[in-house]
Design a protein around this ligand. Structure first.
Ligand code: TXA
Ligand code: MG
Length: 318
């Protein structure tokens, strides 16, 4: 049963009621669609892990409507203050220590004493959060390991039993960038819809990288241990031309004429980011129908290219 719900007053009320009852609802954000549940109810959060088949070690992001609500659950240091002032609401998640009286259920943090927090800018997410007056956990609304959804129909295809508030196509199309604000130096935990350059310019400082040890990754960036963002079809990276049996995704002006899609004919990274997941969803279906595999041209690392290439590397892993 597919349940696309119009994001009008009645639809919002219906979804708010479900969330209060501890049920899951998919909601649009400016990055990707999230599978939302009340962050204060442990049972509701447990359902999200089960619905996504998500490893229990991988914590969730808490979404709140405004800075006041964020301060209620997380402790802001100077870096966090600066980033929140400049980039919230928007495609940025901050990992902060929990406040002593944080009402978010510990299951959201999967055993860590920190909390990932984000204020989404999408009007529908804002309306829902304001109606509920409580934080919502919302991982991307895809089964673990699959591509993130940037349209309501993507969610409906992957999670057919979940009501989806239809907020149109996500404007940014890539998950939020995640910064750890736990020590003096900010940590770059996930490349996403806000570029590293924009964050470094705001802080006047460079970002630290997570040490590549299993222990550091488990404590600081647990999400990296999971395989991610994969289409069903095999994906070949840095393709110069499409081989027989491949559907080629192009980028830029030099894309060969046999490309079946082009992420941005003008080489615009923002446009490419916005089209990445929807292109992969559409071509994955086509590849399956035609018994083909996927290939994509090289994408430059500038700006949002870092996040695009991160997703593509994970998508190509088998
Ligand atoms: O744009 C987004 O961030 C979307 C929309 C729906 O808001 N959400 C999203 O959630 O991408 P998800 O669950 O797919 O990714 C959350 C990431 C995971 O990599 C997880 O490991 C990390 O956030 N995370 C959550 N809590 C954390 C914490 N306390 N410390 C470090 N990483 C954390
Ligand atoms: Mg995800």
């Amino acid at each position: 049963m597919t349940q696309l719900i119009a994001a009008d007053a009645a639809g919002l009320e219906l979804c708010a009621a479900r969330l209060r009852q501890g049920e899951a609802v998919a909601m649009p954000t400016e990055t990707v669609y999230g599978l939302a549940a009340d962050a204060t109810q442990g049972d509701a959060i447990a359902k999200i892990y089960a619905l996504k088949n998500r490893p229990q070690f991988n914590p969730l992001i808490c979404h709140v409507a405004d800075l006041e609500a964020a301060r209620h659950i997380g402790v802001f240091n100077e870096t966090a203050e600066k980033l929140a002032a400049q980039f919230w609401p928007g495609p940025l998640t901050l990992v902060l220590p929990r406040t002593p009286d944080c009402p978010v259920h510990p299951l959201a943090s999967a055993g860590l004493d920190t909390l990932a927090i984000r204020i989404p800018s999408h009007r529908v997410a804002q309306d829902l959060l304001r109606k509920l007056c409580r934080p919502l956990v919302a991982p991307s609304a895809n089964p673990s390991g699959r591509l993130s959804p940037s349209q309501a129909a993507h969610v409906a295809a992957m999670l057919p039993d979940i009501p989806v508030l239809d907020g149109g196509t996500c404007a940014i199309g890539l998950e939020s960038s995640i910064i750890g604000c736990l020590h003096a130096k900010p940590l770059w935990l996930r490349a996403g819809g806000l570029s590293r350059a924009a964050i470094e310019a705001c802080l006047g400082d460079t970002l630290d990288e997570v040490p590549e040890t299993q222990d550091a990754e488990a404590k600081l960036a647990p999400g990296r241990l999971a395989r991610h963002y994969a289409p069903k079809a095999p994906l070949r990276l840095n393709a110069e031309t499409g081989k027989a049996g491949e559907l080629l995704i192009g980028f830029g002006q030099d894309a060969p004429p046999n490309c079946v899609a082009n992420l941005s004919p003008n080489g615009d990274m923002t446009e490419a980011a916005a089209l990445l997941f929807s292109t992969l969803h559409a071509l994955d279906a086509l590849a399956e129908a035609q018994g083909k595999s996927l290939a994509i041209m090289a994408i430059p690392e500038d700006g949002l290219g870092e996040a695009i290439n991160d997703r593509l590397r994970r998508a190509a892993q088998s």
